[in-house]
Design a protein around this ligand. Sequence first.
Ligand SMILES: NC(=O)c1ccc[n+]([C@@H]2O[C@H](COP(=O)([O-])OP(=O)(O)OC[C@H]3O[C@@H](n4cnc5c(N)ncnc54)[C@H](OP(=O)(O)O)[C@@H]3O)[C@@H](O)[C@H]2O)c1
Length: 281
Amino acid sequence: MSLTTYNDVKAPDLMYGTAWKKDATTDLVRLAVETGFTAIDTANQIIHYNEEKVGDALYFLKEKGIERDMLFLQTKFTSLGGQGGADNAPYDASADAATQVRQSMESSLKHLRTDYVDSYVLHGPEMRIGLTPYDLAVWSTMEELLAEGKTRSIGVSNVSAEQLELLLKHASKKPAFVQNRCFAVNGWDKPVRDICTREGIIYQGFSLLTANPQAIDHHFVRELADKHGATVPQVIFRFCTQIGMLPLTGTTRKEHMKQDLDCVKFDLSADDIERIESIVL
Ligand SMILES: NC(=O)c1ccc[n+]([C@@H]2O[C@H](COP(=O)([O-])OP(=O)(O)OC[C@H]3O[C@@H](n4cnc5c(N)ncnc54)[C@H](OP(=O)(O)O)[C@@H]3O)[C@@H](O)[C@H]2O)c1
């Protein structure tokens, strides 16, 4: 099974995240793809990601016959506030928003050794509340990059329900993806997921294991794992895929990569899904 965006871009069931892998990025991306991942998430944000090393992995994979068009590549534009200082920014920090986005995209394409990405994501609005004129200028430049074919879809990350509604109001092209940290205590980000369902936006969830210790430790989830001969992380990821979410995992271990991918090999019942949705509310 795979997901399809409202503008007809196919995305796989699970995505491999490359944050915090530093010098191990190349080897881990190669391992992830060789283990079966076909979607890779990165960002042009040197303090948390090494996009260039993702590109190195893609180069080695191509030599092994895995071509660019066999993979779904997603990267992000990160505004200055998220870059850890102007010196780290992959653009002229004093330039206007449109120039920054274009320079960041050109740098990403160079790092990733490609001439397009499958998804380009605004890493987050500048402020926790509302959208600034800068955010809207960034979005409108991302819409231009979409029209120019530099990216096949656009998305937004780290948004509240209120910010997503604002973006929908102002955007000419709505996001195809929302990527958020997904807390079970908030109904697995239900307010944002509900908007995504209404608008045909694919919700990408991260920190599904690390942000949800109460769900992971819950006896019901452990019982489900036993029932299906699965691990607790597999039950969490399967729950996510069955509710239409695209989960991210950044595991560094081959056995966990395989387990995460294999989560689609069993099905949870509608009752079980309903129970997990409100498990730690
Ligand atoms: N947009 C944003 O602002 C943002 C922020 C954070 C992350 N992200 C993206 O999301 C990706 C994933 O990040 P994340 O926060 O979800 O954390 P993560 O890097 O996926 O870490 C999850 C933890 O879960 C463990 N794990 C994974 N699969 C497991 C399994 N089957 N069994 C047991 N343990 C397992 C991993 O340990 P092992 O390594 O030992 O398996 C790791 O300690 C990132 O790499 C990045 O691409 C985006």
